[in-house]
Structures are given as structure tokens and as C-alpha cells.
Ligand binder design. Structure first.
Ligand code: HEM
Length: 160
């Protein structure tokens, strides 16, 4: 059920992102569109969101054990970099592994992936990121799903 609602949410997000793109106006010199990173609020806002992504993971029974042995400052640094770079920051470089290598052999299932997505979106909501920008974040997260989830793992959520 959770998977079905996440998929519906994703389609809604993609539709809303597509419908909200403005028609280019060739008659005037409009300023360049702001990146998603800028619209979310830039460096300090994204840093604060990443803090709460970590806090949410640490409280989330579905994924907290996954991060029990991790160094929080290392993970937060990498997650800040990837969040910033993926949303269009021009002054931040992602220095970590690609998503496939970073999660290789972890046997991450759909339920865990959805839980991480929920934690990210909840952190965005806590920091008052607007619906449009949250939809765009969701679409980015969904785009890396295939590199992170092992499709051969069947979870209780999928069976029941
Ligand atoms: C939803 C999209 C996800 C993104 C964008 C993401 C991003 C990242 C990044 C940037 C790293 C650091 C890579 C490096 O060390 O170079 C990482 C590591 C890791 N991720 Fe993910 N991740 C995602 C989903 C997940 C999920 C679903 C799980 C499991 C529940 C997970 C568990 C981990 C673990 C355990 C590490 C290693 C942390 C450490 O080094 O101690 N990730 N992830």
C-alpha cells in the first residue's frame, strides 16, 4: 500500500513539475531561472535540512540500524554535497562514491528506500520547503532508486 501511494505521489510530482514549467518569453531578457538549490534556500538551509535527515534516520525504526555504525559527520558531509550538487549548487562538489558503488552489497529493499525518501521529504517539510520544490526533490530521489534498491529482495510490505 505504501509503495502504491509513493508511486502515485511520484506521478503527481512529475506532473506538477512538468505543468509548472513556464513558457519561455523570447521578447524580453528575463533573468536566468533560479536553481532548485537556490529556491530551497541555499547552503545554510540545505545544511539544516541534512541535519534533520540524519535525525530522522536515527529515529526511523526501518533504517536506523543501517546507520548505527556510521560516522555522522562523514555521512552528513556527503549527503550535503550530493543534495547541493543534485539540486544545482554551483559552488559545491560531490566528493563521494556514485550511488551504485556506495550501496553495493547492502541488499537495500523497497521499504527501506521509501523510508529514506520519507525522512528526506519530512526534513524538507520541517524546514518549510514548498510543495513544488519538495516534488522536485522527490523526482531526483526516485531517479537514483534503481542504483540503490536490490529488486530481488522481497519484503513483507510487498508480500502483504
Ligand atoms: C534515497 C536515496 C539515497 C541517497 C541519495 C543516498 C546517498 C548516500 C551517500 C551520498 C552516501 C555516502 C557515499 C560515500 O561514502 O561516498 C551514502 C552512504 C550510505 N547509504 Fe545511502 N543514499 C540513499 C538511500 C539509502 C538507503 C535507502 C539506505 C538504507 C536504508 C542507505 C544506506 C546507506 C549507508 C549504510 C551508507 C554508508 C554510510 C557510511 O559510510 O557509514 N542509503 N548514501
Amino acid at each position: 500500500m505504501k509503495n502504491i501511494s509513493l508511486i502515485s505521489l511520484l506521478f503527481a510530482a512529475i506532473l506538477m513539475v512538468a505543468c509548472s514549467s513556464e513558457t519561455p518569453d523570447s521578447s524580453s531578457s528575463t533573468p536566468a531561472a533560479k536553481s532548485l538549490y537556490e529556491r530551497i534556500g541555499g547552503r545554510e538551509k540545505v545544511k539544516a535540512i541534512v541535519e534533520d535527515i540524519w535525525n530522522n534516520h536515527a529515529k526511523n525504526p526501518i533504517v536506523k540500524d543501517r546507520f548505527a555504525g556510521s560516522d555522522p559527520s562523514y555521512v552528513k558531509k556527503r549527503v550535503f554535497e550530493i543534495f547541493a550538487a543534485a539540486t544545482g549548487a554551483t559552488d559545491v562538489e560531490y566528493k563521494g562514491m556514485d550511488m551504485k558503488s556506495a550501496h553495493k552489497g547492502m541488499n537495500i529493499n523497497e521499504m527501506e528506500f521509501n523510508a529514506v525518501v520519507d525522512d528526506v521529504l519530512a526534513a524538507c517539510e520541517m524546514h518549510k520547503v514548498a510543495q513544488q520544490e519538495r516534488n522536485e526533490v522527490l523526482a531526483i530521489l526516485w531517479s537514483v532508486r534503481k542504483d540503490i534498491v536490490n529488486p530481488h529482495i522481497i519484503t513483507d510490505t510487498l508480500v502483504n
